[in-house]
Design a protein around this ligand. Structure first.
Ligand code: ZN
Length: 175
């Protein structure tokens, strides 16, 4: 596993992809652990619903996140001359462990951060909205206290920056 968002809500990683499109959760010495039993691969001995896809069969990599997000595929090609980073094609020898290369992993990390950006921006909106509601409640309370202490609607309106009439309309019913 790889990267965790500031709010701990997202954990992302560069997931090896099986030929049938399933993404691997992690690796073992024998291959990649993929959820689901198809019978085509050896079942894992410790995790009952997982099977082990041999490293040489891994067909590529893609970003994965605990929220369910999946990035675009980085294709594994079988010869070095077919490799082309700009076209998301990476060569890896069949004898190697099928983890993403550092270069592909870095690119996937960037893709994962891009997937987080709108969610983090919305989290900022959520925090501001909460403060806005709390400030409104504090305003209502202090107006009620001022009125109880004998302040007029024009005193209160002036303090808020609105007219006497507006202050009255906004708070008279809440007294
Ligand atoms: Zn996510």
């Amino acid at each position: 596993m790889g990267w965790v968002s500031n709010d701990n809500e997202h954990e992302g990683w560069a997931a090896p992809v099986a030929p049938d499109g399933r993404t691997a959760a992690s690796s073992t010495s024998e291959g990649m652990l993929v959820e689901g039993l198809t019978g085509r691969y050896k079942a894992d001995t410790t995790l009952p619903d997982y099977e082990i896809v041999p490293d040489k069969e891994i067909s590529g990599w893609r970003g994965a996140c605990t929220c369910g997000w999946r990035g675009e595929l980085w294709e594994r090609v079988s010869s070095p001359t077919a490799a082309d980073f700009s076209r998301r094609r990476e060569y890896l020898a069949p004898t190697e462990f099928a983890d993403a290369s550092t270069q592909v992993e870095d690119a996937i990390h960037d893709e994962w951060k891009t997937h987080l950006a709108p969610l983090e921006a919305v989290a900022g909106v959520k925090a501001a909205a909460r403060e806005y509601t709390q400030a409104g409640q504090r305003l209502d309370k202090t107006v009620a206290a001022a009125k109880a202490a004998g302040a007029s609607w024009s005193d209160i309106g002036r303090a808020v920056g609105i007219s006497r009439q507006s202050a009255h309309e906004r708070w008279a019913d809440k007294q």
